[in-house]
Design a protein around this ligand. Structure first.
Ligand code: ZN
Length: 148
């Protein structure tokens, strides 16, 4: 477990310092906005979905290390996935951080390090913000998502 904890800190710090896909997508055809009032995390998520496949993903916003790292890892993982696969990943990630179940870590890749968030309940909302925003973007909802 201590290995996972070290990895958790390493991965989160890395993605917080150098977030991947941290930019607006000019050719996005899906967009959603998320806000976590508990922590003040804000995210704008952009997707380009073609033929049911997420071709590109990017995000902007400001938030704590966990929310930024979560969005960064999420956008990395989404590219090339179908909308159904992206939705399934949302479910797995949600189960992982809320502790509902422990999905097989192989299918989660680096996201598995977020299992450490479970120990900090207030941080769970930071970790899932990007994912709730993703769901809204996939469903084409134009309403702002709030974790509360
Ligand atoms: Zn946060």
């Amino acid at each position: 477990m201590s290995d996972l904890r070290e990895l958790y800190q390493e991965v989160i710090l890395d993605h917080h310092k150098r977030p991947r896909n941290f930019h607006k997508l000019e050719d996005a055809n899906r967009h959603a906005e998320g806000f976590n009032p508990l922590c003040g995390d804000k995210i704008q998520l952009y997707l380009r979905v073609e033929d049911g496949i997420v071709r590109d993903a990017g995000f902007e916003g400001s938030g704590c290390a966990i929310s930024t790292a979560s969005a960064s890892l999420m956008t990395e993982m989404l590219k090339g996935k179908t909308e159904a696969e992206s939705e399934a990943l949302f479910e797995k990630f949600h189960d992982l951080v809320t502790g509902k179940s422990m999905p097989d870590s192989a299918s989660l890749g680096k996201l598995a390090v977020f299992s450490g968030v479970r120990e900090y309940p207030v941080r769970v909302k930071c970790a899932v913000l990007a994912w709730h925003t993703l769901r809204a973007a996939l469903q084409g909802s134009l309403e702002r998502v709030a974790t509360e």
